[in-house]
Design a protein. Structure first.
Length: 319
């Protein structure tokens, strides 16, 4: 039986700032490249189970460029390099850092690829480019609810409330929304439908991170808000859910994009509760419990006096 999450966990990292791209970024968009997509869905929901609704999965060429001007030497940690995952292949990866010292690459507790550097006073830049492609997976439309005692140990942290996903406050409304549904994948689909019907997607409407509870007081938001709400609802009924930041082909204006993954049917199933988006190929950069754990840039000092981010995602022509 699915139960409530009873213990609230607050995560308050001691960071000067979190710069979160389209999910509340202090970066300004400079340019975009439109992409096409071929991923089809069986219904009108933006629910992605394995990304394989299309028989042809396109290869995406992704480039992200950061330009910074700092008033003093500033330690920073970047998360812009995607990891190899069972559902994606990354190749032709290049990483160019200008103005950074003591560069160190490492994986964090969730396996995300990170780079730490002491960024020098003045102008500096970072450019990451790669080619990425999703890997087709079997359908998960019948994914069942996994009892807590059967969950892998590394999945358990994604049951807990977190800084922006107050799962312990969502049980009542979640039960109302899910009335008559079967435990598991059907509940993921119903929650996505609820979020898409409640909210409208308005890029730029939410500049700073806000929690799922705060987002529920509004009727519009950005992808970060929709991911937080759906994740909090899933955790409230003991379905593990995690936050994913990455890229979406066809997104306009082009930027990094947030979605979620739920653990049903003994594996992680991707979903996107953002309303009104056309389906497109997706590449993941980082995962975490919420947006606080997947900032594309953590800085330990004053904000940059100037900062810009340019994102380009396009379909790569076959060789």
């Amino acid at each position: 039986m699915q139960g409530a999450v009873l213990t609230k966990l607050c995560v308050m990292p001691n960071l000067a700032a979190h710069l979160l791209g389209s999910m509340g970024s202090r970066f300004s968009r400079v340019g975009t490249l439109k992409t096409s997509n071929t991923l089809g869905l069986d219904d009108d929901q933006s629910l992605y189970s394995g990304f394989n609704a299309s028989s042809e999965i396109e290869l995406l060429a992704v480039t992200t460029e950061l330009s910074l001007v700092l008033d003093c030497d500033t330690p920073m940690i970047f998360k812009l390099v995607p990891s190899q995952r069972p559902d994606q292949v990354i190749k032709a990866l290049t990483f160019d850092l200008v103005g950074g010292l003591e560069e160190t690459h490492f994986a964090d507790g969730h396996g995300n690829q990170c780079m730490r550097a002491l960024m020098s006073k003045g102008a500096s830049s970072l450019r990451v480019s790669f080619e990425g492609q999703q890997i087709a997976a079997a359908s998960t439309s019948l994914g069942h609810f996994v009892p807590i005692q059967a969950l892998p140990v590394d999945v358990l942290p994604f049951l807990q409330p977190s800084r922006y996903c107050e799962a312990d406050q969502f049980l009542k409304i979640t039960r109302e929304v899910l009335s008559g549904t079967s435990p598991g994948y059907e509940q993921v689909a119903r929650i996505c439908s609820f979020v898409q019907n409640k909210f409208s997607y308005e890029p730029g409407s939410s500049r700073t991170p806000r929690s799922a509870l705060d987002a529920m007081q509004d009727t519009a938001g950005v992808c970060r808000d929709f991911a937080h709400v759906s994740i909090a609802m899933l955790r409230s009924i003991s379905i593990p859910a995690r936050y994913v930041v990455g890229y979406l082909g066809g997104l306009q204006p082009q930027d990094v994009h947030a979605r979620g993954e739920a653990y049903v049917g003994n594996r992680w199933v991707a979903f996107d509760a953002t309303p009104g988006l056309a389906p497109g190929e997706r590449i993941a950069i980082a995962i975490g419990r919420d947006a606080a754990e997947v900032a594309i840039m953590d800085q330990f000092g004053p904000l940059p006096s100037s900062s810009q981010m340019r994102v380009s995602v396009r379909v790569q022509d076959p060789a």
